[in-house]
Design a binder for this molecule. Structure first.
Ligand SMILES: [Fe+2]
Ligand SMILES: [Fe+2]
Length: 171
């Protein structure tokens, strides 16, 4: 069984993951409206991944005999000042999520909930990858963004990212 404190914390993180999906879908919409389809494709894949993260919490809470409670999802921003600003926000957001995951690990340790602690290890590793990937895109974008055709090159590059289980035609 889950302690009330762990159940509340896991439900909170589930909400944060679904918010992440919402945020990246909003970035997808922004890039689509700017006709940057490669950037939009990258954000679509990102949004799908975050939804899968949310569902991992959903399944885990149920698996442990806990109760999932769905709360309101905060509205994400809808406008940005160009691709660099979007990826700066993305990096900031992922760093924030890393902090949330670390806090959650602390709660699991305090509650002596080893199963939750092991479940969370996947997210600890995932956050290292997320920060690295987003950081790399941001660095490249800053280097190429000002060059002639740089944005076009980045758009072509980001168009290659595949969404797991989805056709690349979507996005
Ligand atoms: Fe996530
Ligand atoms: Fe993420």
């Amino acid at each position: 069984m889950l302690s009330d404190r762990i159940q509340k914390a896991l439900n909170g993180q589930m909400n944060a993951e679904i918010y992440s999906s919402y945020l990246y879908l909003s970035m997808n919409a922004y890039f689509r409206s700017a006709s940057l389809d490669g950037f939009a494709n990258w954000m679509f894949a990102q949004a799908q991944e975050e939804l899968m993260h949310g569902m991992k919490f959903y399944e885990f809470i149920n698996q442990r005999g806990g109760r999932v409670t769905l709360a309101a999802i905060e509205a994400p921003p809808t406008e940005w000042d160009g691709p660099v600003a979007v990826f700066e926000d993305t990096l900031k957001h992922e760093q924030k999520v890393t902090g949330l995951i670390n806090d959650l690990v602390e709660v699991a340790l305090e509650e002596r909930d080893h199963a939750t602690q092991i479940f969370l290890q996947w997210f600890v590793t995932e956050q290292v990858e997320e920060e690295e990937n987003v950081g790399n895109v941001l660095e490249q974008l800053k280097l190429l963004g000002n060059a002639k055709g740089g944005l076009f090159m980045m758009d072509r590059e980001l168009a290659k990212r595949q969404t797991p289980g989805m056709s690349t035609e979507i996005a």
